[in-house]
Design a protein around this ligand. Structure first.
Ligand SMILES: NC(=[NH2+])NCCC[C@H](N)C(=O)O
Length: 412
C-alpha cells in the first residue's frame, strides 16, 4: 500500500496524517426553534463560541502533526472554471426545494454574483432567508401559503459533522445517500471535491457508494477496523440493503477489505450511528455504550461466488467476535459511564463514546464526559481533552466532526 494516494485509510487508529473538518459557519445562525427537529439539532449553538471550540479542536490536531484541511476550502478549490461554478450552482439549486421558477432565478443570480469561490460555498451552506431577497411582487399560491416560512433555501447546520456525508475507506470513498433531506444536500460538496479538486481528480478513487442510490447510509456507521475488516452499523441512518451494496462494491472494486461486519443496533435518535455507541481506541480496545450490548447482533459479510455475498450471523460475545476478526488475543471494551446506567446514558448523549483516534491508544474526547474519560485513562488510553459545550448541541463528538483522508498504516 503506497502512501502517495490522496486517500489512504486502512484503520480507525493508525497515526492520523490528514483530516477534513468544517468550521461551523453562518448556517448555525439560521437555526430557529420551529425547525430544529427537522434539521436534526436539539438546541441552537452560540456560533462564536462554537467556532472557538472548533478552532481549538483543529489546533489540537495540528499540534499532533495532523494536516487539517477544510471542506469549505476544498469545495471552493474544486470550482476551477466558470462552467463548473455554474454547474455547481444549478445542481445545488435543483436540490434546494425552491418554490417557483422566478424565485429560483433570483437565487441563481444572487449566488452567481458572489465572485469569491469560498464566499459562494459558504453562502450555499448558510442558506438564504427570504428577507435577503427583493419582493417578488404579485404572489403566487405557494408563496402565499408559505408566507411565514423564513427561508428561500434552508441552511445545512450539520456540515461540521464531516464524518457523515461521505466516508473514506482504503483508497476509496463512499459518497452517501443520507437519511434526511437536510443532510442529503451535503453530499454535493463531496461529489465536487472528489471529481474536480486538483488533489483528487487525477487519482484513482474508487467510489463504493453513490449519492443517487435510494437506500441510505451515513459515515458515522462506517468504521475501518483493519485493512481486512470493516464494521458498518445498521441503524436509524443506515439500511441493511445499503450495506450489501457497499460490500459488493468494496469486493468488486478490490479495496482490499475481505469482510464487512454489520452491527445491528437499535433504531433511534440517541444511537443514530454506530460511532455514537462504539469506537476503536487501540489495537485491542473499544469504547462502547453498555445499552447496546444486550441486543447487538453482528453479521459477517464476505465475498461469495459470482459477485454474490456470503452472509452469516457471528456467534459469541462481542469481545470474542472482535478478537477473532482482528487477530488479537483479547479485546477490552471500555464502557461509557463506567457501567453506571445514568452516567452512561448522560455521557453517551454528549458523545462520550464518540472518540477520534489520532494514533493507537491516543484519542480526542470532550472534557464533559468525566466518568467515561476516567475509564479510558485507566485502560491506558492517552486523552486529548477538548471543550465542546456549544459543538455538542448538534449531537456529535470528535469522530463525527472529522473525516480522515490519510492515516499511517499500522505495523504488521
Ligand atoms: N457520526 C455522527 N455520529 N454524527 C453525528 C451527526 C449529528 C447530526 N445532528 C445528525 O443528526 O445527523
Amino acid at each position: 500500500m503506497e502512501m502517495t494516494h490522496p486517500i489512504h485509510v486502512f484503520s480507525e487508529i493508525g497515526k492520523l496524517k490528514t483530516v477534513m473538518l468544517h468550521r461551523p459557519g453562518k448556517e448555525l445562525e439560521n437555526l430557529v426553534p420551529d425547525y430544529l427537529e427537522r434539521l436534526l439539532f436539539d438546541d441552537i449553538p452560540y456560533l462564536e463560541q462554537a467556532q472557538i471550540e472548533h478552532d481549538n479542536f483543529a489546533q489540537v490536531l495540528r499540534d499532533n502533526d495532523v494536516e487539517v484541511v477544510y471542506l469549505e476550502d476544498l469545495a471552493a478549490e474544486s470550482l476551477t472554471s466558470q462552467e463548473l461554478r455554474e454547474q455547481f450552482v444549478d445542481e445545488y439549486l435543483n436540490e434546494a426545494s425552491i418554490k417557483g421558477s422566478r424565485r429560483k432565478e433570483q437565487l441563481r443570480q444572487l449566488l452567481l454574483s458572489i465572485k469569491d469561490n469560498k464566499e459562494l460555498i459558504e453562502k450555499t451552506m448558510a442558506g438564504v432567508q427570504k428577507a435577503e431577497l427583493p419582493e417578488l411582487g404579485a404572489k403566487n399560491l405557494s408563496d402565499m401559503v408559505d408566507s411565514d416560512y423564513p427561508f428561500a433555501i434552508d441552511p445545512m447546520p450539520n456540515l461540521y459533522f464531516t464524518r457523515d456525508p461521505f466516508a473514506t475507506m482504503g483508497n476509496g470513498v463512499s459518497l452517501n445517500h443520507m437519511y434526511s433531506v437536510t443532510r442529503n444536500r451535503e453530499t454535493l460538496y463531496g461529489k465536487y471535491i472528489f471529481m474536480y479538486h486538483p488533489r483528487f481528480k487525477d487519482a484513482d478513487v474508487p467510489m463504493t457508494y453513490d449519492r443517487s442510490e435510494t437506500t441510505r447510509i451515513e459515515g458515522g456507521d462506517e468504521l475501518v477496523l483493519s485493512k481486512d475488516v470493516m464494521a458498518v452499523g445498521i441503524s436509524q441512518r443506515t439500511d441493511a440493503a445499503s450495506i450489501e451494496k457497499l460490500a459488493k462494491n468494496i469486493f468488486a472494486k478490490k479495496l482490499g477489505f475481505k469482510k464487512v461486519l454489520a452491527f445491528s443496533i437499535a433504531n433511534n435518535r440517541k444511537f443514530m450511528h454506530l460511532d455514537t455507541v462504539f469506537t476503536m481506541v487501540d489495537y485491542d480496545k473499544f469504547s462502547i455504550h453498555p445499552e447496546i450490548e444486550g441486543d447487538l447482533t453482528v453479521y459477517s459479510i464476505t465475498e461469495g461466488d459470482n459477485g454474490k455475498l456470503t452472509i452469516t450471523a457471528e456467534k459469541g460475545a462481542l469481545e470474542e467476535i472482535l478478537a477473532n476478526n482482528l487477530n488479537v488475543e483479547k479485546v477490552t471494551l471500555i464502557r461509557c459511564g463506567g457501567g453506571n446506567i445514568t452516567a452512561a446514558a448522560r455521557e453517551q448523549w454528549n458523545d462520550g463514546s464518540n472518540t477520534l483516534a489520532i494514533a493507537p491508544g491516543e484519542v480526542v474526547v470532550y472534557d464533559r464526559n468525566t466518568v467515561t474519560n476516567k475509564k479510558l485513562e485507566e485502560a491506558g488510553i492517552k486523552l486529548h481533552v477538548i471543550p465542546g459545550s456549544e459543538l455538542v448541541r448538534g449531537r456529535g463528538g470528535p469522530r463525527c466532526m472529522s473525516m480522515p483522508l490519510v492515516r499511517e498504516d499500522l505495523p504488521k
